[in-house]
Design a protein around this ligand. Structure first.
Ligand SMILES: O=P(O)(O)OC[C@H]1O[C@H](O)[C@H](O)[C@@H](O)[C@@H]1O
Length: 445
């Protein structure tokens, strides 16, 4: 059976330099397992995939089935870690034109609370007026402003369109076991709820109900997703030799590149379905490492699309970047370039070749060009885009992130910097309790 593989041979980091990270990387991996490092009260995700019980899967699947039976559209309300994991997996697995399919087996998944655009909000509410829909509201803290506003509006619509009683069948809340406004509200209203464990931070929560319920509602196999993660846990566990552990290798190489002045890591995909996987990865690494005036800036591009827009910069701009390419070995379907007798477009040299073969040559050609242009390359390959390998890739990047953050010397499990904008926003909105901040910020304007 094939697994996710990493190739660091084009990273420009010599084997003995990588080897130099062995002791540190493996000590950091042990610290994640033994909970002896920074942020050790947020390490529930390390063991989590292997601990999900059959009863928990069955509860998620039954709830998903009930929602699927009732609703043509399901709005997933959440932001950051309460949004990106579900969307990464759902977009990764869904048909690219999912929302246009007419003979449907699965509800269309829509998203809210991930922005405060008034037009977006209006258009969503307007669209849902005459549709059969349900809502999954997700917030670990239960107090995040963006999803709270969206949920207040959606709750009002559900109650008006259906009834307060029916709302209990059409709204599911995923939040902290005890704390937060959403927990209080869900208890009071009698909604079905799922718990986000205390020791799992938002950006590490995709394999909790936060990701699993929306993914199951969208019609995907959550047991396979989690199995992939469990197997990747085995392949990256403390007993595995350093040079056989793909996560340790990744953590080592990216830290070495950072040390050499590569300030930006670009996650590259050649499959548009992986766009939101990159968004999930950006939060995972950005919030985990960007602190104490340190950290690689995580960026993302979709190739070959962005080769025609960002390709120039990557090839010849400031040499402070490296690329991590996520490549999918085999596509799930087959399209062959046809022969054309007239050959007016001059493409007959491609006739008979699969589109993926062209994509792979674009990938290889780009790799060589970028490495020649002094952009180091790390390659992460999965055999296929399915639940199982997405599960492997999720756990791979999570465990590598923990190790990498420890190598960098930060606490990868907090995000104190995110509060600065919230404080200012509340001060500007004159939230009760923020009187002094309101005065202070107004003086700065
Ligand atoms: O799940 P929630 O508590 O609503 O948080 C949603 C997101 O917003 C916060 O501001 C954090 O920066 C993120 O780490 C978090 O994932």
């Amino acid at each position: 059976m094939e697994n996710l593989k990493i190739n660091i041979s084009k990273s420009g980091v010599a084997a003995d330099v990588v080897k130099g990270y062995e002791k540190q990387a493996l000590e950091n991996l042990s610290a994640l397992y033994n909970k002896t490092g920074k942020g050790n009260d947020f390490l529930g995700w390390v063991e989590l995939p292997a601990q999900i019980t059959d009863a928990q899967f069955a509860d998620l699947e039954a709830t998903a089935a009930a929602i699927r039976a009732k609703a043509d559209y399901v709005v997933v309300v959440g932001i950051g870690g309460s949004y990106l994991g579900a969307r990464a997996v759902i977009d990764g697995l869904n048909n690219s034109f999912d929302w246009l399919q007419t003979s449907r087996k699965n509800p269309v998944i829509l998203y809210a609370g991930q922005n405060i655009g008034e037009d977006y909000t209006h258009e969503l509410l307007e669209f849902l007026q005459d549709k059969s829909f349900a809502v999954v509201v997700i917030s670990k803290s239960g107090t995040t402003t963006e999803p709270a506003i969206a949920f207040r509006l959606l709750k009002e619509l559900v109650e008006k369109k259906y009834s307060k009683t029916e709302a209990k069948e059409r709204i599911v809340a995923i939040t902290d076991a005890k704390k937060g406004a959403l927990r209080t509200l869900a208890t009071q209203e009698g909604y079905k709820t799922f718990v986000i464990p205390d020791d799992v931070g938002g950006r590490f929560s995709v394999l909790t109900p936060v990701g699993l319920l929306p993914i199951a509602i969208a019609g995907h196999n959550i047991r396979q997703l989690v199995k992939g993660a469990v197997d990747m846990k085995g392949l990256t566990a403390p007993g595995v030799a350093f040079d056989q552990n793909p996560a340790a290798q990744y953590a080592a190489v990216r830290n070495e590149l950072h040390k050499k002045g590569k300030a930006i890591e670009i996650l590259v995909n050649y499959q548009p379905k992986l766009h939101f996987f990159t968004e999930w990865w950006k939060q995972l690494y950005g919030e985990s490492e960007g602190k104490d005036n340190k950290g690689i800036f995580p960026a993302g591009v979709d190739f070959s699309t962005d080769l025609h827009s960002m390709g120039q910069w990557i090839q010849e701009g400031v040499r402070n970047i490296f690329e991590t390419v996520v490549t999918v070995k085999s596509p799930n379907t087959k399209v062959v370039v046809p022969n054309d007798a007239a050959d007016l477009d001059g493409l007959n040299f491609l006739a008979g070749k699969r589109v993926d073969e062209v994509n792979k040559m674009a990938e290889l050609g780009t790799l060589v060009a970028h490495v020649d242009g002094n952009v180091p390359n790390i390659m992460v390959e999965i055999p296929q885009l399915n639940e199982y390998y997405l599960g492997q890739m999720i756990y791979f990047f999570e465990i590598a992130c923990g190790m990498s953050g420890y190598i960098l010397g930060v606490n990868p499990f907090d995000q104190p910097g995110v509060e600065a904008y919230k404080k200012n926003m509340f001060a500007l909105l004159e939230k009760p309790g923020y009187e002094a901040e309101t005065k202070a910020i107004k003086a700065k304007l």
